[in-house]
Design a protein around this ligand. Sequence first.
Ligand code: SF4
Length: 325
Amino acid sequence: METIVSGARPTGRLHLGHLHGALKNWIRLQENYRCYFFVADWHALTTDYATPQGIGQSTIEMVMDWLSVGLDPARSVLFRQSRVKEHAELHLIYSMITPVPWLERNPTYKEQIKELTGKDLSTYGFLGYPVLQAADITIYKANKVPVGVDQAPHVELTREIVRRFNQLYRSIFPEPEVLLTETQKLPGLDGRKMSKSYGNAVFLSDPPAEIDRKLSRMMTDPARVKRTDPGEPEKCPAFQLHKIYCTPEEIEFVSTGCRTAGIGCLECKKVMIKHVIEDLAPFREKRAQLEKRPEVVEEVLQAGHQAAQKKASETMSEVRETLGL
Ligand code: SF4
C-alpha cells in the first residue's frame, strides 16, 4: 500500500467548506492508501504565535469532527504534529540544506505577507514553514500528497528538498508525487470563500434550525432584486450548493424557475436546505455520542501518536546514520 500524508491546522469546528474541500477526499483515500492525517498545530504557530491559547481546544473540536464525518482510526493514523518531535528534527536538518531563495520565491509566502497585514510575519518560522511541511511529508516516506490544483507548487518544494538530500547524502526518501484531487470550492453565505474568519460558514455541527436560518439568508444572484426579476443560477452562490446536494430533476426545476422568475429564492433554497440537513444527520448523531465521551478523541490521538512516532523514529534513525550523527 502506498502512503499518503496530509494535515490541517486546528481551526476548531469544521464547516461545509472543509467537508467538500478536503474531508470527503480523505475519507475516500483511506480505502486505498496508508494514510497519516495530522493536526498541524506547529503550523498554526507560524501565523498565530502570539495567541496560541486556543490551539488545544481547537484540536479536540476538529478531531471530533474528523471522527464524526467518517475518518476511521482503524484505517488512518490521526495525530498531533507537535507530539512527534522527529518532525522538528528532520525540519532542522532540511533547514541546513534548503537555500533561502527557494523559500523567498514561494508565492504563498508573498501572498500571505500581503494578506495578513495585522500580523508581523517577518519571522524565521513563517519563512521556513515549507521546510517543516517537507519534514511532515517525508518523515513517513509518503509516496503521494493529496492537493488541489492550486496547491501543487507547494509539493514541488518538498520534492526539491528531497532531491537535494538524496543527492548530497544517500537516496533514502521517495520524491512524493502530487495526487491531484478534485475539491469543490464552496462559497460562504456572503458569496466569498467559506471561512470561519469571514463569519460566513455553515458548521457541520450546527443544529438543523441554524442551518436552515443561515442558508435561507445566503446570497443569491444580485440581479433578482424583486420576486418578479428573472435570475441566472450560475451567478448565484446558493446554487453552488444545489449543484452538490440536489437531484438532477431538482436542479432542472430550480434553474428553470429561477430563469423565468417562476419561483422565489427562498422556495428555491428550501429544496437544497432539506438535503444539507439530511446529509449531515449521521454526522450529528456520531458527534452527539462523542460529545458525551470526549476522552475518545484523546485516546484516538494517543494511539495515532504511537503509530506515527514508530515510523518517524525509524526514519530519523536512518537519517542520523546517513549523516553519521
Ligand atoms: S432562484 Fe435559486 S438559483 Fe435563482 S437566484 Fe434565487 S436562490 Fe439562486
